[in-house]
Design a protein around this ligand. Structure first.
Ligand SMILES: [Zn+2]
Length: 258
C-alpha cells in the first residue's frame, strides 16, 4: 500500500533529533510522499533543505500561515513571492494559507488581504491552495466564493466542519484533508466520513500536531497515516488498500507532484 501524507511539518525543530528516522519509519509503513506546507519566512530554508535532501519523498508548498500574518505581511509576501518564482518548478501548492480567528480575531482584515493575494498567486502559477481555517468558516467561504469562476483548486486541510460545510466545499470541487481528529471520539468528523465524496478526500497528519488516537497528545508523525486511514476504511466499509488507492490517487491529481 502506498500512502501520501499531504500535510506534514517535519522540517520544524520538533524533529531536529530524529528527522531521518521519522522519514524511514514512514516509508516502512508505506507512506512514500510527504507534502510540506510552509508557515512563514523563518521556516522556508529548512523546508526547502529537507526537499533537497529527499527529492523523491518531500515536496514543498510555499505560503504564509494566517497566524503568521502580522503588520509587516506585505513585505513578507513580497519575499515569499520571489522564492516561489525562483523555485517554481518544484513547488506543488500555495500553502498553508487561510483565515484563523481562534487566536486573534482582530487581524481578520489583514488575514483576508494576505489570503486573497496568495490565492491570486495560485491562479497565476496554476497551483492548488492548502487552506487552514479555524473559527472562520463563514469568512473563508465568502472569500473563496469570489474565485468560483476562475478555476481555483485546493484542499481544506484538517477538515473539522459539519456535513453541510463538507458538501458546500466538495460541490465546488475542493478536497478535504482528513487527519487525526477523525479518530477522536466526539471529534465531530468521524460521524460524517461516510457522507463524503470519496474522490475529494486526502489524508494528512499535520505532524507534529493532532496525533490520532491512541497517540493523542504525543508528537505526531507521518507513520500514523495508516492509523487515520483505518477510521476511513471503517466509515466507508472498504478495505484499507482501497482507501490507500483512492486517497493517494486523489492527492496526485490535486498536487500533480509525482
Ligand atoms: Zn499545518
Amino acid at each position: 500500500m502506498n500512502w501520501i501524507d499531504t500535510h506534514t511539518h517535519i522540517y520544524l525543530p520538533e524533529f531536529e533529533q530524529d528527522r531521518n528516522e521519522v522519514i524511514e519509519r514512514a516509508k516502512e509503513v508505506g507512506v512514500e510522499h510527504l507534502l510540506l506546507p510552509n508557515v512563514d519566512l523563518s521556516t522556508v530554508d529548512d523546508l526547502l533543505a529537507l526537499c533537497d535532501q529527499n527529492p523523491q519523498t518531500c515536496f514543498p508548498m510555499i505560503g504564509l500561515h494566517p497566524c503568521s500574518v502580522k503588520e509587516d505581511f506585505r513585505e513578507v509576501l513580497e519575499k515569499l513571492k520571489v522564492i516561489i518564482e525562483t523555485e517554481r518548478t518544484r513547488i506543488i501548492a500555495i500553502g498553508e494559507i487561510g483565515v484563523d480567528l481562534y487566536w486573534d480575531a482582530s487581524t481578520l482584515k489583514i488575514q483576508e488581504e494576505a489570503f486573497r493575494q496568495q490565492i491570486e498567486w495560485a491562479l497565476t502559477y496554476e497551483l492548488p491552495i492548502a487552506v487552514h481555517i479555524r473559527n472562520a468558516f463563514e469568512d473563508t467561504l465568502r472569500i473563496v466564493q469570489d474565485y468560483d469562476d476562475r478555476g481555483l483548486r485546493g484542499v481544506f486541510h484538517c477538515f473539522t466542519g459539519n456535513a453541510e460545510q463538507a458538501k458546500w466545499l466538495q460541490s465546488r470541487g475542493y478536497y478535504l484533508g482528513i487527519g487525526g481528529v477523525a479518530t477522536f471520539k466526539n471529534g465531530g468528523v468521524r460521524e460524517i466520513l461516510h457522507l463524503l465524496d470519496q474522490s475529494l478526500v486526502i489524508l494528512e497528519t499535520d505532524a507534529p500536531y493532532l496525533a490520532p488516537t491512541p497517540f493523542r497528545g504525543k508528537r505526531n508523525e507521518p507513520m500514523h497515516i495508516p492509523r487515520i486511514a483505518e477510521t476511513l476504511a471503517e466509515a466507508w466499509n472498504a478495505p484499507l488498500n482501497q482507501v490507500a488507492e483512492i486517497t493517494s490517487n486523489n492527492a496526485k491529481r490535486l498536487f500533480n507532484h509525482a
